[in-house]
Write a protein that binds this ligand. Structure first.
Ligand code: HEM
Length: 149
């Protein structure tokens, strides 16, 4: 029952992260008005919370899951998955910093809009995150089925 509960929670938090990244991609596609900038900054707060939950629940699955932690310790797909997740985490820092900076600027000046070059860089980072999330899901499926390459 614990294994099932952790699996369900893991899938729900992953779905939430994918929806958040999708929302950030959609919002950064259009005109970045002060209202959109504020929405991006608040959505991005949930990004951090959900990512933390994914790690906590994922770690619980490694330690308390039905297969036991040894299955993962020697599982290269597990490390490929975690490594890619870390890259996604690092990639998400720049958009977060920009959203917070833009929100401050929009609070000071309601007519503020982000410089187009900065908006393009942020959107490109989020796009790469989305592609890597797809890769993580593929690694996860391999990890669950193969203990080695
Ligand atoms: C965005 C990040 C992540 C995504 C998209 C993701 C995705 C998935 C998916 C789709 C599965 C089900 C695989 C299957 O049964 O076919 C899974 C299982 C699992 N994930 Fe994650 N995961 C993520 C992060 C993590 C992290 C950070 C950890 C550990 C710290 C972790 C540990 C596990 C474990 C232990 C399983 C069970 C695999 C098994 O049944 O043997 N995951 N993950």
């Amino acid at each position: 029952m614990l294994d099932l509960t952790l699996a369900v929670l893991h899938h729900l938090t992953i779905l939430s992260l994918i929806l958040i990244v999708g929302a950030e991609l959609a919002l950064t596609r259009g005109e970045l008005t002060a209202a959109v900038v504020r929405r991006l900054a608040s959505i991005d707060l949930y990004y951090g919370i959900v990512a933390g939950l994914i790690v906590a629940i994922g770690a619980a699955r490694v330690v308390l899951g039905a297969k036991g932690w040894v299955f993962y310790l020697h599982n290269p797909w597990f490390f490929a998955k975690i490594g890619t997740f870390l890259i996604v985490g690092v990639l998400s820092i720049h958009p977060t910093m920009m959203f917070l900076r833009w929100r401050r600027a929009a609070t000071a000046d309601p007519a503020f809009t982000p410089p187009p070059a900065a908006a393009t860089t942020v959107r490109r980072a989020i796009l790469v995150e989305a592609v890597l999330l797809g890769l993580i899901v593929a690694f996860a499926a391999a990890m669950a089925r193969f203990g080695s390459f």
